[in-house]
Write a protein that binds this ligand. Structure first.
Ligand code: NAD
Length: 492
């Protein structure tokens, strides 16, 4: 594993120190202490990883699918065994609380489990006698060398949205994790190393933009999976596809939630607190706008303010803490700038989480839960991704106006409604312009056996991450039409 406090790449079955002269510090956002340094691996190191993967591919592809999933079973068991260590590492490098770190690993492990179904999931289809004596089959074959580029907010789970499916379907896989949270990948790869994958089948290359560009331009890389902000998702999608690669790029979000007057307000406010302020609002499925309908405003806003002010903020490994810091000082400054922008656009700060600190952690990047009321639906703050613990409140006359407000934005990751009316819920489900919809749910995160269905500016591509979509993304179909006339064969 890594030595001298610096992180290493895992290439061709070996841990390797990057030759880069450029390292960036990886900092614990709760303490502002530097934990290690991340190498910005140059193009030559990307090339070495791609070559090692390409070399491993023919044999891995020919390995029967039932054998290919055996190391994944082992990996799953090792993830369970090392869950505590991994979760602590996630908390230390990303700031989220321990329970959230365990939760994200549970979702990651679930993807490993689903990918172990590859012998069934990647089955083809066939018909006998498409014409007299002629049969047609469709096989799924792996692509070759595939890569994933992942964001800071789920250091353990998001790599596992891709890695298990790519490997189980017979591809060789390279991960480029976020340079802000690269320690978790070192642990995942230490476990992958013990799981029994042949050298070159699964590899880790640390780095930043230059590393990503080298992957996007490498002619041997066949497919790119990306998760991150929308501008980078769009860039990665354009560059990868211009280079003839398959790409699935998940971007940012701005998730609206409609609160109907008939909703159970206390439950709704509690769930909304977890959605808006869980992971310090740094989830692509965080509720970021609450649209109350009619008189729902009167009770909901007050309850929501209580939920926000009572949330215990601090270092995620300390007892009883419900919310950690935001990821960097820059992120904190950016979010504070957006709160100020909201007030310039006419919003009132109902709960102000700025200028707060946590005892014993004076240097952490703290921003407490914040609520902006009367947010201007046409303003910037109503449409821009904040990616922090800030909930914007708006009001609509009726459900139709609320749905219009929900759909009046570029993103389409998630939209939710809280109501006790089945008819209203159905209307919303049908009309919401988003790929993940929640009904009386605050974070409508699809289980590993459903696709993670972002739409619009939240996704570039067609096949999403997870489940059947993952299997389809990492395989290409081959259709075979065959004829074997009796008269050509030796008669027995
Ligand atoms: P980011 O876009 O800054 O970085 C994501 C990855 O891209 C990192 O590995 C980074 O090294 C790389 N990268 C950054 N800038 C690049 C550039 N100019 N060229 C090439 N590569 C570059 O995202 P982040 O801040 O790490 O993550 C937060 C964002 O991710 C939010 O917008 C959030 O909504 C989004 N996200 C989306 C989903 C989803 O499923 N849609 C899930 C999680 C996070």
């Amino acid at each position: 594993m890594s030595g001298n406090g610096n992180l290493m790449n895992f290439v061709g079955g070996q841990w390797q120190r990057s030759s880069s002269s450029q390292y960036i510090d990886l900092v614990n956002p709760a303490t502002a202490q530097t934990l290690t340094a991340v190498p910005l691996s140059p193009a030559a190191e990307v090339d070495a990883a791609v070559q090692a993967a390409a070399k491993a591919f023919p044999d891995w592809r020919m390995t029967p699918v039932g054998d290919r999933i055996q190391p994944l079973f082992k990996f799953r068991a090792l993830l369970e065994e090392h869950l505590d260590e991994i979760a602590r590492t996630i908390t230390n490098e990303s700031g989220k609380i321990y329970a959230e770190s365990v939760g994200e690993m549970r979702r990651g492990i679930e993807n490993v489990e689903v990918a172990c179904g590859a012998p069934v999931l990647m089955q083809g289809i066939n018909n006998e006698d498409i014409a007299r004596g002629i049969d047609e089959h469709m096989f799924r074959q792996p692509l070759g060398v595939v890569v994933a580029i992942t964001p800071f907010n789920f250091p353990g789970m998001i790599p596992l949205w891709f890695l298990p499916y790519a490997l189980a379907t017979g591809n060789c896989f390279i991960l480029k994790p976020s340079e802000k949270v690269s320690m978790t990948s070192q642990l995942l790869f230490r476990l992958l190393e013990q799981s029994g994958f042949p050298p070159g089948v699964v590899q880790l290359v640390n780095g930043g933009k230059e590393t990503v560009d080298a992957l996007l331009d490498h002619p041997t890389v066949k497919a790119v999976s990306f998760v991150g902000s929308t501008p980078v998702a769009q860039y990665v999608y354009s560059r990868a596809t211009a280079n003839g690669k398959r790409a699935q790029c998940q971007g940012g979000a701005k998730n609206p939630v409609v609160i109907m007057p008939d909703a159970d307000m206390e439950t709704t406010a509690r769930i909304m607190g977890d959605s808006a302020f869980g992971c310090a609002g740094q989830r692509c499925l965080a509720a970021s706008v609450a649209i109350t309908v009619g008189e729902a405003r009167n009770t909901f806003n007050e309850l929501m303010a209580d939920v926000a002010t009572s949330r215990r903020v601090g270092y995620g490994l300390d007892e009883g803490i419900q919310m950690g810091p935001v990821i960097t000082q820059e992120s904190k400054a950016r979010i504070e700038g957006l709160i100020a922008k909201g007030t310039q656009e006419g919003a009132n700060v109902l709960v102000d989480g700025r200028d707060r600190s946590v005892n014993g952690y004076d240097d952490g990047y703290w921003l407490f839960p914040t609520i902006l009321d009367n947010v201007n639906p046409g303003g910037e703050i109503a449409k821009t991704e904040i990616f922090g613990p800030v909930l914007s409140l708006m009001n609509a006359k009726n459900v139709d106006e609320a749905i219009e407000m929900v759909n009046n934005r570029a993103f389409g990751n998630m939209a939710c409604i809280f109501t006790t009316s089945g008819a209203v819920a159905r209307k919303f489900r049908y009309a919401a312009d988003a790929g993940n919809v929640g009904i009386n749910i605050g974070v409508a995160a699809p289980m590993a056996y459903f696709p993670f269905s972002g739409w619009n500016a939240s996704f570039f591509g067609d096949l999403h991450a997870q489940a059947h979509h993952g299997v389809e993304f990492y395989t290409q179909t081959k259709v075979v039409v065959e004829r074997w006339p009796q008269e050509w064969s030796r008669q027995f």
